[in-house]
Design a protein around this ligand. Sequence first.
Ligand SMILES: Nc1ncnc2c1ncn2[C@@H]1O[C@H](COP(=O)(O)OP(=O)(O)OP(=O)(O)O)[C@@H](O)[C@H]1O
Ligand SMILES: [Mg+2]
Length: 554
Amino acid sequence: MKVRSYIGLLSAGSLGGALIVGIIGWWMLSGINQSSRELEQESKNSGDSSSEYLDIHAFLSTTRGCFEAFETYPQNFLGIYGVVRDRLVLSKEGLNLISAKYASNYPESVLRPLFAGIRELEDAISAMEKSALSASKNKLAQLQVARKAYQDAQESISQHLNTLESSAEQRMWESKQGMEKKILALREEESANTVLFFFVSGMYLVLVGTLAIVTYKSFASPIRKLEAAAKNSIDHNKPFNLAESGPYEIRSVTKRLRGLIAGLEARVKKRTAALQESNEKLKLEMQQRKELETQLVHAQKMEAVGQLASGIAHEINSPSQFANDNILFIKDATDGFIKKLNQSADSPDDEEIDFFKENAPEAVEQAAEGISRITTIVKSMKNFAYRDAESAKRNNDLNQAIRSTVVVATNEWKYHADLDLHLQDELPLVPCNIGEINQVVLNLIVNGAHAIRDRIVEGQKGNLVVSTRHYPDAQCVIIAIADNGGGIPAKVQARIFEPFFTTKEVGVGTGQGLAIAHNVIVKSHQGQIWFDSKEGVGTTFYIKLPMVQTNMEQ
Ligand SMILES: Nc1ncnc2c1ncn2[C@@H]1O[C@H](COP(=O)(O)OP(=O)(O)OP(=O)(O)O)[C@@H](O)[C@H]1O
Ligand SMILES: [Mg+2]
């Protein structure tokens, strides 16, 4: 069912209920009005009957007063007739009034004898008065006849007066009874109406309550469920599996929302998968790049070794030469000593033997020293060329590494500078890839040597100082390589770490030395590299290596 139909039904239900309640209320109200009108009429009737009763009662007492007057006044009092006549006039007027007003209430048989009786009574009283005033001898007899007529009339009237009185009382009683009945009926109607009112009100409340429940179940509940399910799904990433319920529109929204969320979920899944894939690719690329960088450092090192090779060969040449010279001298001396011992003909003379004795130990020493220098150079080369696996780091003796690098690079600096090592004693082992650090130190020494070479005039020497220092509080070691070359011009300072930036002639420099140094120190070792340079004074490069490294080789 559609919302519109629901609302139509609910409105029709509530309006219908209200209409029924209104009709019943109107019906009750008109019933009450009708009853009160009837009661009003009844009370009017009752009032009328009481005024009727009063009129009749006045007539009765006036008429009966005529008889009482005859009994009250003395018989010979002649004024009595006038009094009675006056009363009879009043009595007649009363009877006329009753006849005029209430003739419908009283039958002819009640009123007519009264008219006749009063007339007879008048006649009898006139006859009595006439005989009382008469002077004839038959006065007494006439009076007696007249009295007899009076008594007959009195008797007849009294009888009819009683009938009239009882009729009036009967009517009065009936009117009262009617009134009481009406009041009783009204009360009954009132209580029946009260019961009906409460019943109808209760029914209306039940109807309104039912409509409220229907509204809640049809709209509020499905909307609330829909909202809760959507919130649960969107906010907490849960599946949207609400069953469709309620009116058409809510079911339609539920269905579409389910489709939308399912679509979204599928899209998110697809995107996540794509993201994961590109992440993997990126990781792989980073790995490859890292490997390339490592290979680059190593390639540069091999290139450096190649470049340094002739210098190293030269370095090895002189100790080997004087070791060789000394060994030759030792050989001559040994031959001489043997010939002397064998007392051969060509054995050396005493002077020669003394010369051998005097110089042989020194020659041995010098030969040993020459061989030791060669050993040092070879060891240094071995140290320098050492290659750690990939980016693995181990705790290394930095001072030892620097010494080896300085030896390997000897031929690069020794003609232009004196090199001093200020290496801190008992420097702690530093976690690093020592092959890479060697290459960085070599690059910086060669740069310093070149800067000195380019500045110092032929025949003079500059100074190179390589130092190390441990800073326990900052948990790092700093290597400083200082030269008193020409310094780095201010305008190129910002660019020196750029790959392939060089101020050197083509073939002399490739501009890779500092770029590789930056990569090795900052990217591979989470360290820092910076410099301090003053034109015409010199340059110091600083390398800061942290004492704690990730991906340490176990
Ligand atoms: N100690 C220094 N004194 C003065 N200038 C320097 C110093 N070190 C580096 N530079 C300047 O920085 C530039 C870049 O140095 P970098 O080591 O990267 O390359 P390069 O020495 O020119 O060539 P490569 O090292 O590849 O043989 C140098 O050409 C030079 O101008
Ligand atoms: Mg360089």
